[in-house]
Design a protein around this ligand. Structure first.
Ligand code: S3P
Length: 423
């Protein structure tokens, strides 16, 4: 296919969760524009309403108005749907609240580890009752927390952010350091809103507000386009036969766009233009031109900056010349699906030589048209990555379902269609 035109990725999912939770937790009125309106964002909005915050409707193209209120115990279980970020960030915020709440989620989320978050929150003083081992459902009872300093065993922004939200929610100081720096949206947002937060290397220090209910001046936040969603458009354009595609207003936070460095190493042509700052986050327009790709190696230290883009990069590696190795991607086993196993298995199912080698993923590229059936296990990122692979000339890639794209990118199928310039 030839590509052309200008597209805009939906609002950043990570930033949207954080903006809604921060606004709901503070004594303030917030106007959040550009927010994601997809299923995961709705899970967060719904949960916050259950806790008493006044969160307006999430409608594409419209700002969301949030009036923070003192939270109260929810009447029913909080269902986090498919959204790990909703569950883990809320656990942090709930740890500082003087009531108990039960959290659950869909089958995928119920199977994902929560102890990485609940263990430090317990150490801070929250009580947690598990119903099914290391996962949801569980009940958290919050209250007065201790000042806390923690070194995380995994580079996880959800874990780091849960502790930072616990600090804000209880008004106590927290220090979090990580083995490798994970995405820093919470830090940027808190600083942007005037919280006393310092970052040095991989350590974040948040001073306590001393208040049980932080007061902020009313604020406005603009959410950048989601780099993780833009990545599929970039990938499809790179694999096209000609033309060029402009993706506007993409968040290019360095802790998120490791995939652009990898694409550059593979010989992919993606230029950034019009770099600017939006509510504390860097944003740019991406101009993408198709071309031949070559294999590369992705080091363990790079993984946190591209963790959600591994499915897409694996699909690009399947079209690149040579063998690409992703080092230490074991975390992919505990995402919305076992992404490590499913990327390798599905690539093989469409005729690509790929394997999980311990915690590494190895993909051998080629130019035979990919053909076969892909089992997405309803994982949005697998669905969209394999749709990109299915867009190459001569491909016949069938997906077990297409609806899961709506978890993070409701307009994905329209946008993929819109960039095609074939007649
Ligand atoms: C996210 C962090 C990452 C990422 C997820 C969103 C966030 O998870 O995979 O999609 O918004 O903080 P981990 O923190 O578990 O790595």
């Amino acid at each position: 296919m030839r590509v052309g035109g200008t597209l805009r990725a939906p609002g950043d999912k990570s930033v949207t969760h954080r903006a809604l939770i921060t606004a709901a937790l503070a004594h303030a009125r917030a106007k959040v524009s550009g927010a994601l309106t997809a299923r995961d964002a709705r899970s967060t909005a719904r949960a916050l309403r259950q806790l008493g915050a006044d969160v307006g409707p999430l409608r594409a193209g419209r700002a969301v108005i949030v009036q923070g209120r003192r939270w109260h115990a929810p009447a029913d279980t909080i269902h986090c749907g498919n959204s790990g970020t909703t569950a883990r960030l809320l656990l942090g915020a709930l740890a500082g609240q003087g009531f108990s709440a039960r959290l659950s989620g869909d089958a995928s989320l119920r199977g994902r580890p929560m102890r990485r978050v609940t263990a430090p929150l317990r150490a801070m003083g929250a009580a947690v009752e598990e119903e099914a081992g290391d996962g949801l459902p569980l009940r958290i009872s919050g209250g007065r927390l201790r000042p806390f300093s923690y070194h995380t065993p995994v580079a996880s922004a959800q874990l780091k952010s849960a502790i930072l939200f616990a600090g804000v929610s209880a008004g106590v100081p927290v220090t979090v350091s990580e083995p490798v720096r994970s995405r820093d949206h919470t830090e940027r947002m808190f600083r942007h809103l005037g919280f006393d937060l310092r970052v040095s290397g991989t350590t974040v220090v948040l001073e306590g507000t001393g208040a049980e209910w932080p007061t902020l001046p009313d604020f406005e936040l603009e959410v950048p386009g989601d780099a993780s969603s833009a990545a599929y458009l970039v990938g499809a354009a790179l694999l096209a036969d000609g033309g060029e595609l402009l993706v506007e207003r993409v968040g290019v936070n360095p802790t998120r766009v490791g995939f652009l460095d990898v694409i550059r190493r593979m010989g992919g042509r993606v230029e950034q233009a019009g770099r600017r700052d939006v509510s504390g986050e860097p944003v740019a327009d991406l101009l993408v031109r198709p071309g031949a790709l070559t294999a590369t190696e992705i080091g363990a230290d790079e993984i946190p900056s591209l963790i959600d883009e591994v499915p897409l990069l694996a699909v690009l590696a399947a079209r690149a010349e040579g063998e690409t190795r992703f080092r230490s991607v074991g975390e992919l086993r505990v995402k919305e699906s076992d992404r490590l196993g499913l990327i390798a298995g599905n690539l093989r199912a469409v005729g690509v030589d790929a394997a999980a080698d311990g915690d590494d993923l190895v993909v051998v590229g080629g130019d035979a048209p990919p053909r076969g059936m892909v089992e997405t296990e309803r994982d949005h990122r697998l669905t969209m990555a394999f749709a990109v692979l299915g867009s190459v000339a001569g491909a016949d890639v069938r997906l077990s379902e297409t609806a899961s794209a709506g978890v993070s990118y409701p307009g994905f199928w329209d946008d993929l269609d819109r960039m095609r310039q074939d007649d």
